[in-house]
Design a protein around this ligand. Sequence first.
Ligand SMILES: O=C(O)c1cc(=O)[nH]c(=O)n1[C@@H]1O[C@H](COP(=O)(O)O)[C@@H](O)[C@H]1O
Length: 271
Amino acid sequence: MHFMQALQRAWTGNNSLVCVGLDPEPAKFPAHLQGRPDAVFEFCSAIIDATADLACSFKPQIAHFAALRAEDALERLIAHIHARHPGIPVILDAKRGDIGSTAQHYVTEAFERYGADAVTLNPYLGRDSVQPFLDRADKGVILLCHTSNPGAADLQDLDVGGKPLYQHVAQIIARDWNTHGNCALVTGATWPEQLAEVRTLVGEVPLLVPGIGAQGGDVEAVVRHGRTATGTGLMISSSRAILYAGKGEDFAQAARQAAQELRDSINRYRS
Ligand SMILES: O=C(O)c1cc(=O)[nH]c(=O)n1[C@@H]1O[C@H](COP(=O)(O)O)[C@@H](O)[C@H]1O
C-alpha cells in the first residue's frame, strides 16, 4: 500500500494523529532488560505491540540504532511492524540528503534494506539530491522545513527576498517537488507560528511534527495551527515521553498509557 494511503487509513482507523518515535537508549531501559543481548529489539517490540492501535505511524530514528550497532534489530523491528501491525506505516528518520548517485544508495537503504514506508530527508542540497526518493511514488518523502531545535532560526528563518527561507522551502516542495503527491514536511511543535505559516502555504500536505513531550511543544497550538479541514494532516511525534514513561517491568503498559493520553489530548482539538 502507498504510504499516503496507509497514513490516511491509520489516521481514520486508529482515530489517531500520534506518531510513536522509536529512539532506544539502553541506559533508560528498565532494569530487567539491562544487559540482555537483544534488549533493543525486546524493548522496542514491546512498545510497538502496546501502542500500535493508538498510532498513525512509527518513526525509528536510525542513529539511535546505528550507534549501538543495532541495525539488525532495526531491520527486524520494521519487519515486525509490517507482519504484526500491517497498515501502520513506518517512517525511517534518517534525514538523508546527498548528490544523486549517492542518494540512490540511500533509497536502497531506506526502502529495500529496512523496508520503510517513508523517510525523512534534508532538502538543502536541492531537488536532484532527493529526486530518487521523489520518484518512488509509493513511498513517503518527508522533508525538513522548520525543525524543532532552538537553532532552527539560525538559517531557516533567514530573510530571502522578503520572506524566510523555510517558507520558500515549503512552497517549492508543495508546488514543484510533490508531483506524485508523496511529499510531507517536518515542522517542529516548538515553533507554532511557523507551523501555521507552513499549513497556509502547503494546503493539505501532511506535516510531521516532532517536539511534543520532552521538547515541550504545546499540543493545542500544534493541532489548531496544523490540522487540515478534515481534522487530520498531522503526524505528531513523541519519542522519549512515550518510551520512557515507565521504568519497571510494566514499561510497555506505561508507554501505552502515555500514547493514549497524547492521542486523547490531540483529539480534543481536532474538530
Ligand atoms: O525528523 C525528525 O523526526 C525530527 C525533526 C525535528 O525537527 N526535531 C526532532 O526532534 N526530530 C526527531 O524527533 C525525535 C524527538 O524525540 P522526543 O523529543 O524524545 O520526542 C528525535 O528522534 C529527533 O531526532
